[in-house]
Design a protein around this ligand. Structure first.
Ligand SMILES: *Cc1c(COP(=O)(O)O)cnc(C)c1O
Length: 395
């Protein structure tokens, strides 16, 4: 098994990172092929291959490669028809990128709480917000407190576990909303009998270095709608409508992925199934070792979910465990083990102070109690044992 660590370093001193890529397989061969042939930039066969393969993995007909997952989200909102001053429903607990993408199109995130079991956007809270907080006027859903149109739901498949997409799609159908799914943390997970991302109108993936597989950086927008995919591609290439005369028919973006990155991405995709298997094995080992530790809650899967456990995250109850999540973070750091809390809930983010206020007690509770443990695909058994020893309080 390839490893990132130098052989011979004294094991107990070695730093254990939270999540680092594992480069193997055909990576060198494919990247070298780009270098040898000179196809290093935004044209080249790996780009097409990459976007088609990711789309197939997402159960979608079309894939558009982008420079980042965030760019894919931005384009997803644009092609889905989200307009300035619209509102988009976003979970209160997630990395900021999806909420930021909503602001890029001058719309506003409407933060809704997560559910307590798997920390995904709570369909029941979404329905409550719509039924108690909105009016249905002239076939449009209007947020009563802001007067803005609610246009879309942007659920996130958090930490490798799929959100309850069927429940969210049902709400979207009832109120004529589009669903842009942020599956950036969860490529390789499954929801019932379909891959994650398959059921939304648009789904977005990321190939940043901390995800399960990487292209160095990159994203893919996947959709079944040919015209949406074509528009996303157009917008990602500066909306150039005449390649000879350089006529641009609207303000576009330079959101293209390079062939070099796509080459790495294609090589990594060949290893995805293996990597997801490893992540699930790591998760099972953590759960077995930590489930009985007082005050510690381990990760679970919904009965309809097959998680790929992007970052294995425990919940620390300070009273039962004897210290809180941040104290455990420092303790792990003393042992040269990198852990990390989740994110500041977005309804508390200074960056999003302009968005409507939200009540999201579950997001608050999970954010203060959660700690992600080292989850690299290449984490060795010895290193995982070291993490477990510290977390279980044995060293
Ligand atoms: C990683 C991530 C993204 C996209 O990240 P990029 O670095 O832009 O590829 C978007 N949303 C969430 C929830 C993420 O974790």
């Amino acid at each position: 098994m390839p490893t990132r660590f130098e052989p011979g370093a004294p094991a107990p001193e070695r730093h254990i990172p939270l999540s680092v890529p594992l480069i193997g397989g055909n990576a060198w061969r494919y990247v070298k092929q780009c270098l040898d042939e000179g196809w290093v930039s935004s044209a080249g066969s790996f780009v097409t291959e990459f976007e088609q393969q990711v789309a197939a993995r997402a159960g979608k007909a079309h894939g558009v490669a982008c420079s980042t997952g965030t760019a894919a989200l931005h384009l997803g909102l644009l092609v889905a028809g989200v307009e300035p001053d619209d509102e988009v429903i976003v979970p209160a607990l997630t990395f900021a990128a999806p909420a930021n993408a909503v602001r890029y199109v001058n719309a506003w995130p409407r933060f809704i709480d997560i559910e307590a079991d798997h920390w995904q956007l709570d369909p029941q809270r979404v329905r409550e917000f719509i039924e108690r907080g909105c009016d249905w006027r002239q076939r449009q859903l209007i947020d009563r407190t802001t007067g803005r149109r609610v246009r879309a739901i942007l659920p996130v498949d958090l930490l490798g576990h799929p959100c309850d997409i069927d429940a969210l799609m049902a709400i979207a159908r009832d109120f004529d909303l589009v669903v842009v799914e942020d599956a950036t943390e969860s490529l390789g997970a499954r929801y019932r009998d379909t891959p994650v991302g398959a059921r939304a109108d648009v789904s977005c993936f990321s190939f940043n270095g901390n995800k399960v597989i990487t292209a160095g950086g990159g994203g893919v927008l996947a959709t079944d709608r040919a015209e949406w995919a074509a528009r996303a591609r157009h917008l990602s290439t500066q909306a150039k409508s005449d390649p000879i005369e350089y006529v641009h028919d609207e303000i576009g973006f330079n959101y293209r992925l390079t062939n070099l990155q796509a080459a790495l991405g294609v090589a990594q995709l060949e290893q995805l199934d293996d990597y997801v298997g490893r992540k699930r094995a790591l998760a099972a080992a953590y759960t077995t070792a930590l489930a009985a530790v007082p005050g510690l809650a381990t990760m679970t899967e919904a009965q309809w979910a097959r998680s790929m456990f992007w970052l294995y995250t425990v919940r620390v109850d300070a009273r039962g465990y004897g210290m809180d999540s941040r104290a455990l973070l420092r303790r792990l750091d003393e042992h040269r083990i990198q852990a990390r809390p989740l994110w500041q809930p977005l309804h508390r983010s200074p960056a999003h102070r302009g968005s409507p206020p939200a009540d999201a007690p579950v997001a608050d509770r999970v954010a203060s109690a959660a700690l992600s443990l080292p989850s690299s695909v290449g984490l060795t058994e010895d290193d995982q044992r070291r993490v477990i020893e510290v977390v279980a309080g044995r060293s």
